[in-house]
Design a protein. Structure first.
Length: 328
């Protein structure tokens, strides 16, 4: 019987006191460093380990994100007996930027993200664990998926994806032409410019946000970004949009190549990624793939209001507990 871990997770009523107390102490004890990567970029990484733990999670975050945002998540996973490893993608967080403008999201090739993940996993050296798992959110879900489709991942038992970017949310009229248009715009607009309609760091009040129903979690992350200039991110370049859409398309086209148990969690009210692409992915995904919908949830399932976050966290942990003996 699967266990309900909700009572062990950080809850909104205690969020601020937890962030200022136990989670702050936990974060201060992190191990950290930089890993040299392709194109002479250095990627920032963190890890939280205990000699008492025999299982590990590698968490892969989304566009504009940073490990600093996920202190609560890392703490909650660690309290469940997992060592936690994560890093900031090239071009964002505390990792080296790719574009000349530090707030501009850019990547030359989506596969660079995938190669970075592979190299980071090698660097983390997870061979000593009895169980190993992958957890990806949004763009990190697409990166994780492409890693599973193109690399030897037999050391991992299972993976879970939160609102994976298998497509970008767009008006229906734009869907048929979006990928071709993004490629054309990438050729037309220099990489020194934002994509059409995009701009620099522009924090939105909670009332205007489409990411989370949790006011306390959203405003904590907002304050973190306002007070930490190095992690402030704006919109992407047209080239990034083209590469992201290509990467998402490859995820769906190669759905049958997922070699291990995969959980996909979808936010019912997601306005960032295209939920229809998840359904397309499931058409050809192996039988060991499961998709669930978190009712009422927006895009940020792992920083949502308690009811929805508790469900997402429980789904992840129960999935991992169910697949503890599947790795080679």
């Amino acid at each position: 019987m699967s266990l309900d871990h909700s009572q062990d997770f950080t809850q909104e009523a205690q969020f601020i006191s937890q962030m200022q107390g136990p989670i702050a102490e936990f974060w201060a004890a992190r191990e950290q460093g930089f890993l040299p990567a392709i194109e002479n970029k250095n990627l920032y990484w963190v890890k939280f380990t205990s000699p008492k733990h025999s299982k590990a999670i590698v968490m892969v975050n989304g566009r504009t994100e940073t490990v600093l945002k996920y202190q609560e998540l890392f703490f909650d996973l660690f309290q469940q007996g997992y060592d936690v490893y994560s890093f900031d993608h090239r071009g964002q967080g505390l990792s080296d930027r790719v574009a000349h403008n530090a707030q501009m999201g850019h990547v030359e090739d989506f596969d660079h993200y995938v190669r970075d993940l592979s190299n980071m996993i090698d660097h983390f050296d997870l061979g000593g664990y009895q169980q190993r798992f992958l957890l990806g959110h949004s763009m990190g879900g697409a990166i994780t998926t492409r890693f599973l489709q193109t690399h030897d991942c037999s050391a991992f038992n299972a993976a879970a994806l939160s609102a994976p970017m298998f497509g970008i949310y767009l008006p229906a009229a734009l869907k048929p032409i979006a990928r071709g248009l993004s490629k054309w715009m990438a050729k037309l607009i220099p990489t020194t410019h934002y994509a059409v309609g995009q701009s620099g760091f522009d924090p939105q009040p909670f009332e205007n946000n489409t990411l989370s129903h949790s006011k306390v979690r959203y405003e904590w992350a907002d304050e973190l970004h306002l007070n930490t200039e190095q992690i402030q991110m704006g919109g992407p370049t047209s080239h990034w949009v083209w590469q992201a859409m290509d990467g998402a398309k490859l995820c769906v086209e190669n759905a049958a190549k997922i070699p291990l148990p995969l959980l996909i969690m979808q936010g019912e009210e997601d306005l960032v990624v295209d939920n229809r692409a998840h359904a397309q992915f499931m058409v050809h995904a192996p039988a060991s793939t499961k998709m669930i919908v978190i009712k009422g949830a927006r895009h940020e399932l792992l920083v949502e209001a308690d009811k929805m976050r508790n469900q997402a966290m429980n789904e992840v942990l129960q999935w991992f507990e169910h697949h503890t003996d599947t790795a080679d």
